[in-house]
Design a protein around this ligand. Structure first.
Ligand SMILES: Cc1cc2nc3c(=O)[nH]c(=O)nc-3n(C[C@H](O)[C@H](O)[C@H](O)COP(=O)(O)OP(=O)(O)OC[C@H]3O[C@@H](n4cnc5c(N)ncnc54)[C@H](O)[C@@H]3O)c2cc1C
Length: 600
């Protein structure tokens, strides 16, 4: 049960008579019904919306008793459908199991009975393919995965054309839900769903075969996109007329070694479900601010999350990646095996290969304190500067994301700070939060002790976007001092951006050397400032450059739609870019993974 935090009182002149109130619905946030899912589409910067996650089950319309007696219960129809789907999946799994015997030791291990421990494969019984944890407390259960070690590098062979037979095209029943990403629409010619590493190899082989045959009547090469969670900001995980390889079904979370808390997570899992699965062990992993973001995209780029100042980026805890390379080879990249590739996957993975699973060493995460504060942002510059100083001076347990929205007419601009204290020490939380109540006029405030999994609760929102989405830009800065806060406020107030978000990235993120991973921004950068606008992209880009370039100290690859090639030097500065270009020449010389920033 959530426990209410003793309120540090705001100064009376700013916030008379208000106390920290509980955050409604946080612990109850569960899988929403289809209707709520439609209503609950966040955006980057929207972050978790605790109030929206409130007990959707309560809003489900009950089936009248009479209809239930007459056998008209729509839930029973759904059950029948899901039983049929389960049967189909079981047959497909058996078929895949047979194929795996042809190539023993390769790809995801067949799901043998000894990998189904006291371990419940959550969702499997219900016919849902969702994250599950297996291997509770028993090291021997992880051994089938470890037994693959001698054959880490192995070429998989299967007729690539069989991939296309299972693909989805326009007109297929479920194509509408598979063509787009979360932010942007797409109309691919074919969507291939992978269920294991072999499917990935097969799909890649098929796409390359089509590209080689020139099967594309547009300009250039047939587009080929890789999609995991579908939350890529720039929409590159879908395309128009090309092939999308969808890894959504690779969503298992497997405990490999409970002692070191080593877990293997499929690229298609989403961080909200990962958090739920890890919470069963009292563990967690800082990822981002939204539970529907996918593992594949985030764990190959960085992972600026709500516990970042205490625990660093998500990639800082990666110990291995299973990667399908451009030539169809499946490799296991670690600090010892393919160490150069392992380095590149942590920040620039999307341009080097297709990750089927990542292994992370997660940490213990007790319940956290989540505080939500709403400020009057009429003085955006002053608020940014004061908030930035307070966050930098706070203990590392505190990580805060500040979202600003411009005023309209008489309504002043508003700013909402979502702050997580990665500790269940309520007194520490009070002391850490107290300065945040003095950074600007507080309109509302609430704080609550809650499981971390509730902070990034999955929403499972369908991907039904159409059109190009907005323009997203971001810049890493050292401090929100007077000059930087003024630049950000200028971009916010005059640049045409409808939403601004500042994410704290200091603390443990800067504990690693900047050449430790391909994410290189660890020289004292404390904040990532990002903006979203819906006007003319060229004008928005120009406004952002004018305002933010003079104070910029790098850029995070994932929070931008800017495709200008010169941008790459801001994302991968100096020696990092040289090293990545060398990797690209060795691992993907034909630039098969060409949807990301141009490394060649
Ligand atoms: C609402 C929202 C909130 C966000 N908040 C944060 C945040 O707080 N912190 C943060 O760090 N980021 C945040 N992001 C950015 C997010 O981390 C990236 O967009 C990430 O790439 C999404 O991953 P995905 O798997 O869902 O994306 P997808 O759309 O599936 O993929 C995006 C790109 O990643 C690459 N990719 C995907 N899967 C793989 C794979 N298996 N192997 C290799 N490359 C792959 C591909 O190049 C692809 O084009 C947010 C995004 C959104 C939409």
């Amino acid at each position: 049960m959530a426990r209410r935090v003793q309120a540090p009182h705001a100064p009376a002149h700013r916030f008379p008579g208000r106390r920290l109130a509980p955050v409604h619905g946080l612990p109850a946030a569960r899988r929403p019904g289809p209707r709520q899912r439609r209503d609950r589409r966040g955006g980057p910067g929207s972050g978790p919306r605790p109030a929206r996650g409130a007990a959707p089950a309560q809003r489900q319309r009950p089936v009248p008793a009479r209809r239930r007696r007459l056998g008209h219960d729509p839930r029973r129809r759904r059950d029948r459908r899901s039983r049929r789907a389960l049967g189909r999946r079981a047959r497909a799994a058996r078929a895949r199991g047979r194929r795996r015997h042809i190539h023993p030791g390769v790809g995801r291990p067949a799901r043998p009975h000894h990998l189904r421990p006291g371990g419940r494969a959550r969702g499997a019984r219900a016919g849902r393919s969702r994250a599950c944890v297996v291997g509770h407390g028993d090291r021997t259960r992880a051994q089938p995965t470890r037994a693959r070690a001698p054959q880490r590098r192995h070429r998989l062979r299967r007729d690539p054309r069989s991939a296309a037979r299972r693909g989805r095209r326009a007109g297929d029943r479920d194509y509408a839900h598979q063509r787009s990403g979360y932010i942007r629409g797409g109309n691919p010619g074919l969507v291939l769903r992978a269920h294991d590493a072999q499917d990935v190899v097969e799909g890649l082989g098929f796409a390359r075969e089509q590209q080689a045959r020139g099967a594309w009547d547009g300009a250039g090469r047939l587009p080929f996109s890789v999609r995991s969670g579908g939350h890529g900001i720039s929409g590159l995980s879908t395309n128009d007329g090309g092939i999308v390889l969808d890894l959504k079904a690779l969503d298992e979370v497997t405990v490999l070694d409970p002692a070191s808390r080593r877990v293997r997570i499929g690229a298609g899992a989403t961080w909200g479900h990962v958090a739920e699965a890890l919470a069963e062990h009292g563990w967690g992993m800082s990822s981002g601010d939204f539970g529907d973001v996918g593992v594949g995209g985030l764990a190959t780029a960085g992972g600026i999350g709500f516990m970042g100042r205490k625990h660093g980026l998500t990639i800082d805890h990666a110990v291995a990646y299973d990667v399908v390379l451009a030539d169809g080879t499946l490799v296991h990249a670690t600090a010892d095996e393919h160490p150069d590739l392992f380095w590149g996957m942590r920040g620039a993975g999307g341009g080097l290969g297709i990750v089927t699973a990542v292994e992370l060493e997660v940490y213990e995460v007790p319940p956290v304190v989540l505080a939500v504060m709403l400020y009057d942002a009429s003085d955006a510059r002053g608020l940014l500067e004061a908030w930035g100083t307070a966050v930098e001076e706070a203990p590392r347990e505190l990580t805060s994301f500040l979202t600003l929205q411009p005023g309209r007419g008489e309504t002043p601009g508003l700013a909402q700070a979502m702050t997580v204290i990665a500790s269940d020490d309520v007194r520490l939380a009070e002391r850490a939060l107290e300065p945040l109540l003095r950074v600007g006029p507080v309109l509302q405030q609430q704080a609550q002790l809650a499981p971390y999994a509730a902070v990034v609760a999955p929403q499972d929102a369908p991907h039904v976007s159409d059109g190009p989405g907005g323009t997203f830009r971001n810049t890493l800065v050292d401090h929100l001092d007077d000059r930087t806060a003024r630049a950000a406020a200028d971009a916010f107030e005059t640049g045409g951006f409808q939403m601004f978000q500042v994410r704290a990235v200091g603390g443990a993120v800067n504990d690693l050397a900047s050449d430790a991973t391909a994410y290189a921004h660890r020289d004292g950068q404390q904040f990532d400032v990002s903006g979203v606008g819906f006007g003319h992209p060229g004008l928005l880009d120009a406004a952002w450059d004018t305002a933010m370039d003079p104070v910029a100290h790098g850029e995070y690859v994932s929070l931008s739609t800017d495709r200008r090639p010169e941008r790459i030097e801001r994302v991968y500065p100096g020696a990092t870019l040289e090293r990545l270009r060398d990797l690209k020449r060795r691992y993907d010389p034909e630039n098969v993974f060409d949807r990301n920033l141009p490394l060649l």
